[in-house]
Write a protein of this length. Structure first.
Length: 297
């Protein structure tokens, strides 16, 4: 008798995702309870560091389980490169007891949800742009197949009765909003979408455990590139407008700004410096504007 989620790989491929079918996934199921009758999708992170060189290190763990929890541990693993690895078509031990969340009821989370594990560490590491985009497509495909609303996508941190934090660095309200922006997403290629999300991270820094903007950690505290640009521009403008006022301590202090630049890694400082050059070029007067400002003889 076929397990209830054997349709999952085909649905994900139809959504444009690259899918890897692990051996035996169509017959793989946990024996800890009833088979899934899902009403939603639950998002997790694996808590394992991943990279583009090793994008899915947790696949075998999700198949085999841990000493304290039998496998399978999810229905699919979404790698750091956006590739989806199929794990199980039956019950998976990924959710535990679930409290009511959004339109989904409380109960046995392993019955109520299709479980996606995003393969990344989750505390010091957030998901990659490719991974986030793949999770959107995979989640939307499942909810469309189930005939469920986009609000039926939940994070484990929203359903857990034991204080889980996954998926870390993901704002689930924003994730659900992005699920509803399919038309806008379809206008971008995957490369464009990945570039957009990398730019956001460069400007705002990696997000906190609940998706909050927290900036880059520097010697003068957490700062986003945008905030530092504002500080720098305000300092320049302030000096031009009131040169007699000494520089204030803190963000407007040139030495503090210099210290912040020195504390930033080169890959963070470079886009900031490029933006400063662009701003300065934009502020240069044209010959006509310069002539108009000269006192009339």
């Amino acid at each position: 008798m076929a397990l209830p989620l054997v349709w999952l790989a085909d649905a994900l491929r139809a959504a444009g995702l690259t899918v890897v079918e692990t051996d035996g996934w169509r017959e793989r199921t946990a024996t800890s309870g009833p088979q899934p009758a899902p009403v939603g999708v639950l998002e997790h992170h694996t808590a394992t560091p991943a990279s583009r060189e090793n994008p899915a290190p947790s696949v075998q763990l999700c198949i085999d389980g841990r000493p304290d929890l039998a496998g399978p541990l999810c229905h699919a693993v979404i790698g750091f490169d956006g590739v989806v690895h199929m794990i199980a078509a039956g019950r998976a031990n990924h959710a535990g007891e679930a409290k009511a969340s959004g339109p989904n009821p409380e109960g046995d989370g392993n019955t109520l949800y299709v479980g996606f594990e995003w393969d990344y560490q989750g505390v010091d590491q957030g998901p990659s742009p490719e991974q986030y985009s793949a999770a959107l497509k995979a989640t939307r495909a499942v909810l469309d197949h189930l005939g469920r609303p986009m609000d039926a996508a939940r994070g484990h941190k929203e359903t857990s009765t034991t204080g889980k934090i996954d998926p870390g660095h993901v704002d689930m309200d924003r994730f659900r909003a992005d699920l509803g922006n399919k038309d806008q997403e379809d206008q971008m290629t995957p490369d464009q979408d990945a570039i957009l999300r990398r730019l956001e991270q460069e400007l705002l820094g990696p997000r906190g455990p609940n998706g909050e903007i927290q900036g880059w950690h520097t010697e003068v505290g957490p700062r986003t590139v945008v905030a530092m640009l504002v500080d720098l521009v305000n300092t320049v403008v302030g000096k031009q407008q009131a040169p007699q006022i000494p520089a204030q301590a803190g963000a407007a202090d040139p030495e503090a700004i210099k210290k912040a630049f020195q504390a930033m890694p080169p890959d963070q400082a470079a886009p900031l410096l490029a933006e400063l050059v662009r701003i300065q070029q934009a502020r240069q007067l044209t010959p006509e504007q310069h002539a108009a400002q000269q006192p009339q003889q």
